[in-house]
Design a protein around this ligand. Structure first.
Ligand code: AMP
Length: 177
C-alpha cells in the first residue's frame, strides 16, 4: 500500500514525537508499505523518511521547487517529484496515496488531512484518512469534531470519515479493514 503521511516540519517540543515517528517509519517499511510524503528533510518529516529508508523501505517524495531552493528537500529518497506549486504537490500526494495518515504536526498537516477527509465526505474518493492520535495530540480536535456534529455543521453520517488510531496496531487495523 502507498501510505501518504502528513506531519510536522518541526520536531515538536517533546522528544517522544521523534521516537514515535521513527517507530511509524519502521512499521511502514516492515509491513511492505511505501511512504508518500512532502519530501522534507526538516523536523518530523525528515525523521520519518530516514526511518523508512533505514529499514529498507521505499519513500516517494513530492516537493515544490521553491522548497528545494530553500534547502528543505530530502536528497536520498527512492523517488522524487519536484513540482511548481503547493496545490500540485497536494494533488499528487492525494493521487499516489491509498490511504492518508496525519501524524502530529501544525497548520500544514491540518490543511492536508482536511482536504483528504473532505474528498471522502464528498464522495470524490473512497480512500481513508486517519489521525494517528499518539499521546492524545489530537484529542482537542476530536472534541471539535464532536462539537461540529452537535451544532449541526457535520452531519452524523459523515463522522465515519473522521478516524483516529492511538497505536500502530489500531492504525494497521483501520487501513486494512
Ligand atoms: P506543518 O504541519 O505546518 O509543519 O506542515 C507540514 C506539512 O505541510 C507537511 O506534510 C508538508 O507536506 C507541508 N510543509 C509545510 N512546511 C514544510 C516545509 N518546511 N518543508 C516541507 N514540507 C512542508
Amino acid at each position: 500500500m502507498n501510505i501518504t503521511v502528513y506531519l510536522g516540519s518541526s520536531f515538536g517540543n517533546d522528544p517522544a514525537y521523534r521516537e514515535q515517528a521513527v517507530k511509524l517509519g519502521r512499521w511502514i517499511a516492515e509491513n511492505g508499505h511505501t511512504l508518500v510524503y512532502g519530501a522534507g528533510s526538516v523536523g518530523l518529516m525528515g525523521v520519518l523518511a530516514d526511518s523508512v529508508l533505514a529499514a529498507d523501505g521505499k519513500v516517494i517524495g513530492v516537493i515544490p521547487q521553491f522548497m528545494v531552493d530553500q534547502g528543505r528537500g530530502h536528497n536520498g529518497l527512492s523517488q522524487l517529484y519536484v513540482v511548481e506549486t503547493m496545490q500540485e504537490r497536494k494533488a499528487i500526494m492525494l493521487d499516489l496515496g491509498d490511504c492518508y495518515i496525519a501524524f502530529p504536526g501544525g497548520l500544514g498537516t491540518l490543511e492536508e488531512i482536511s482536504e483528504a477527509m473532505t474528498r471522502e465526505k464528498l464522495g470524490i474518493s473512497p480512500r481513508k484518512s486517519v489521525y494517528y492520535n499518539c499521546f492524545g495530540y489530537y484529542d482537542d480536535l476530536f472534541r471539535m469534531f464532536d462539537k461540529m456534529c452537535e451544532e449541526g455543521f457535520l452531519p452524523a453520517e459523515y463522522m465515519s470519515c473522521v478516524r483516529q488510531a492511538h497505536t500502530l496496531e489500531e492504525l494497521g487495523a483501520i487501513i486494512n479493514e
